[in-house]
Structures are given as C-alpha cells and as structure tokens.
Design a protein around this ligand. Sequence first.
Ligand SMILES: Nc1nc2c(ncn2[C@@H]2O[C@H](COP(=O)(O)OP(=O)(O)OP(=O)(O)O)[C@@H](O)[C@H]2O)c(=O)[nH]1
Ligand SMILES: [Mg+2]
Length: 352
Amino acid sequence: MQRRRPRGAAKCKREVENGSGRGGRFLAKHEKGSEAMGETKEKKGFFRRLVEGLSKTRDNIVSGIDAIFSGFSSIDEEFYEEIEEILIMGDLGVNATQAILENLKKKVKEEKIKEPAACKELLIRSIKEQMDVGETAYRFENETSVVLVIGVNGVGKTTSVGKLAGKLKAQGKKVVLAAADTFRAAAGEQLGEWAHRAGVDLIGGQEGADPAAVIYDAVAAAKARKADVLLCDTAGRLHNKKNLMEELKKINRILEKEFPQAFRETLVVLDGTTGQNALAQAREFSQVAEITGIILTKLDGTAKGGIAVAIQSELGIPVKYIGVGESIDDLQKFDSQEFVNALFNVQQEGED
Ligand SMILES: Nc1nc2c(ncn2[C@@H]2O[C@H](COP(=O)(O)OP(=O)(O)OP(=O)(O)O)[C@@H](O)[C@H]2O)c(=O)[nH]1
Ligand SMILES: [Mg+2]
C-alpha cells in the first residue's frame, strides 16, 4: 500500500507542531440539544477553560492524530499502531487504548470506512463510548449526606474539600467540614482557612487527635446544626499505608454507626499530573472503601488529561469533579463527552 510518509513521521510532525496549539477543528453535533441560555454560557466557559488546561495533552494527541490521518493513505495495521502509540503517550493507558482500538476497528468495518481521515470522528466516538459509566449522579448535593474525601498525600484533598464547600454553600446548603487530618501539624489550619473562605463551619483540627473521634464529633455537630452536607477531609499520609487504610475503615465504621440515615459519598482525589500512578492509587483505595466517584485535580497547566479516560474505562468509576486551579471556583463538574471534545479540540456547535 502506498503511503505518503514512513512510519515514525507522525512523531516528528507532532514534535514540530507541539506548542503551536494547532489542531484539526470541525463541528461536532451538540449532543445535549437546546439548553437554557445561562447553562449554555456556563458550559462554554467550562469548555474553553478545559481546552486551555488540557493544552499539553491535546497538542500531543491532536497534532499526532492529525498527522496520522493526513499521512496515511490507507487504513492498515501500521495506521492503527500509530494511533495506539499516540493514545498511550496521551496517558489513556494500555487497556483503555486497546479497547478503544478494537471498537474503532469494528466501526471501520461496519461502516465500510476506507479513508483514514474519516476515522477521526469514529475514534472520538469510540473514546466516548469507552468512558461511558452511565449517568453520573450527584445525589449527595440534594440530600442529607456525608462526603468522605480520601487520597494519598499532596493530591489536593483539602483544597478540593474547600472548593466543594464553596460550591455547596453557593447553592444555599448548610455545610460542616470535619478536619480529620490530624496527622500533619498545619492540616487543620489549612482547612480552617478554607472554611473561612467558603463561609462554613469547621469541626476538629487538633493535631494528634484521633481522626475517628473528630468524625464522631463532626457527625454530632452536623446533626445538631441540621447541616445538609458534612464534608470530611482526611490524612493522606500516616506512618504507613496499612495505618492509612485501617484509619479509613475505622472512620467508615463510625459513620455507619452514628449517621446511618445520611447519604454516603466517598470521593478519591487523584492528581492528574501523576498519570498512571493515579490509576494504581484508585485501585488501592477501592479495596478499602466503596468509592462512588473521583476528583481529578491539577488538570490546569501541564496535566496528563488522558488519565480521565483510563480511570472511567478501567475502573468504571465516574470522575465527578475536576480541579482546574488553586482558587475556590476552580472545581468543575466533569462531563466525559465534553471532556473528549475538549481533548480533541472539537468545537461545540454554536461556539465561535
Ligand atoms: N494547579 C492546581 N493546584 C492544585 C489543585 N488542587 C490542589 N492544588 C495544589 O496542590 C497542593 C496540595 O493540595 P492539598 O489540598 O494540600 O493536598 P492534600 O491532598 O490535602 O495534601 P495532604 O493533606 O498533605 O495529604 C496545594 O499547593 C494546592 O494548592 C488544582 O486543581 N490545580
Ligand atoms: Mg490535606
């Protein structure tokens, strides 16, 4: 088969194009139909910020993919191999990438596609399908609930708790924060600052206190103050991993016993810049807790955003929020369809 470019050329082109922020732009159908003006406006803002934040991942994926689509004149094994390489480099992970490619090959066959360029939309559709974890529920926002926020050290737990408190408070909810990270000296203080910023109550924060006892007190306070949501920040670093996991089990037992009527949400915070490590962490936490969602942080700047695909595809756990900065407004609900559009720089209908 004749090809205009030898294998590997896609990579060279990718390097040349990196940083230019260019990428194929085409219109995608807006899958959600018509929306209220306000929501559309908010979505646009979200989309633009996501496009900005994902610039590095996107440059890798989009320019690489575009180079393959224009560089190959026929669809063959090498064409698929190049796509595979780019997806793995974009941090989508080996398993998710393979599933996406299988799906793509099936679609190419079914729809009798012959032109490489016609594959791009199919690839985007395959990635979206691979990320499908059903409807992402935010029931805790509308019920009396306890949100336990867990994760290893430094991933952004305290920051995310603070941002989430701000978000809920803005919705008119009564929020109580539990400072159950008593391991690190400044942890309580740090959460205290967030409580102040968000304008919500804080329980605990004494260094060296028993985290489970803090949770016990916080539950009592949440009940007495008729709070809508109790948000619990936890330690990411204990003497060792076994301690950390034991501590979480103990906290869970207290919550089950003392607040059985509350809706439970357990969110694992993962640092988006750590790529495949984040996936391993989520797996470990899922062994000790019933994880209901992920907060993927630090997707601004130089994030390896493809990890969101790997998480939803491999773990089947929805990414519920993404962190896109350090201030209180920098937490967004995650929509995998829009995320893939942003990753591929697919312009939403109606955007400039
Ligand atoms: N750019 C960026 N920085 C973030 C984001 N989320 C958190 N950070 C930063 O990451 C650092 C660690 O955040 P923390 O919230 O303290 O992380 P933690 O998981 O509570 O850490 P430990 O309590 O030590 O386990 C801080 O400097 C935050 O400002 C984000 O979405 N984007
Ligand atoms: Mg913390």
